[in-house]
Design a protein. Structure first.
Length: 268
């Protein structure tokens, strides 16, 4: 609505001094004077108008005078009973007992009486299977179980950690990698130790093999050997945690029983 204008078939004619530009949902007051022949007295009136709503013609984005209606949230498919075309359903009550074949209207009424939700379990079954339950509580329990399963999967997941060394690694760097390997193994991860030989370093293959075996011995009982390869230029050994040792290291120490003599002496 770009302005307000009107046309009269009689001598009356309305004139507006300035066109009124629309603004969203504001109350505007304006006045205009209707000029009439001299035989009639002049008429002055005041009109209050509210304009600038959604309406048509403005499109979705343009001059700021319109607004978009909020779309309704989508209906959960499990609660959309209107999608069930069959007049007969197989019903399970709130105590998870099989009620049997009932009409859709009767199932809906039973859910209303129990002040619970009528949920679709198997829409493609013949007849469809419905259940009376507290749907919000059901979804909460499913989300909680999913989170617990994710935590368990993370706890049981085994990552492969790689440590690279040169055949002539110095003592300090060797000790750093050894401590890292021990930490990874205690956390339950695999460790792959790699020694790469480049160019003429292949002449020191025996030194690289000896280094890998030494590293495995220094790790000790924390790990057992899973795989190894000393053939290519990239020689490696893969170690997996020794569950018996790592679990024992993670268990908290047991409290020692207080000797009876100390108890007697303390009471005296």
């Amino acid at each position: 609505m770009a302005g307000l204008s009107s046309t009269f078939q009689h001598p009356f004619k309305s004139q507006l001094s300035n066109p009124i530009k629309p603004s969203p949902l504001h109350l505007h007051t304006f006045s205009f004077r209707i000029r009439t022949p001299t035989t009639y007295p002049s008429i002055s009136t005041t009109i209050s108008a509210r304009y600038g709503g959604g309406g048509g013609g403005g499109g979705g984005g343009g001059g700021g005078g319109g607004y978009s209606k909020r779309s309704k949230p989508p209906v959960d498919e499990a609660l959309d009973i209107s999608s069930i075309k069959s007049d007969t359903v197989r019903l399970i009550d709130e105590e998870q007992k099989m009620v049997g074949l009932v009409s859709k209207a009767q199932a809906f009424q039973m859910a209303e009486d129990a002040e619970l939700d009528l949920v679709i379990l198997s829409p493609d079954a013949d007849p469809p299977v419905l259940r009376i339950m507290d749907y919000n509580k059901y979804k909460y329990e499913q989300q909680r179980k999913k989170k617990e399963q994710q935590k368990k999967s993370l706890a049981t997941r085994v990552d492969l950690k790689e440590l690279k060394m040169g055949y002539n690694i110095d003592v300090h760097d060797y000790s750093v990698r050894l401590r890292a390997a021990q930490r990874f193994l205690k956390d339950g991860d695999k460790v792959k130790v790699i020694v790469s030989l480049k160019g003429r370093e292949n002449e020191f293959r025996n030194n690289a093999i000896e280094l890998l075996r030494r590293f495995q011995n220094d790790v000790g009982e924390l790990a057992t050997e899973e795989a190894k390869s000393f053939r290519d230029r990239n020689m490696f050994i893969v170690m997996i945690p020794n569950k018996a040792i790592t679990q024992k290291a993670q268990d908290p120490p047991k409290k020692k029983d207080t000797p009876l003599e100390n108890e007697v002496s303390a009471s005296v």
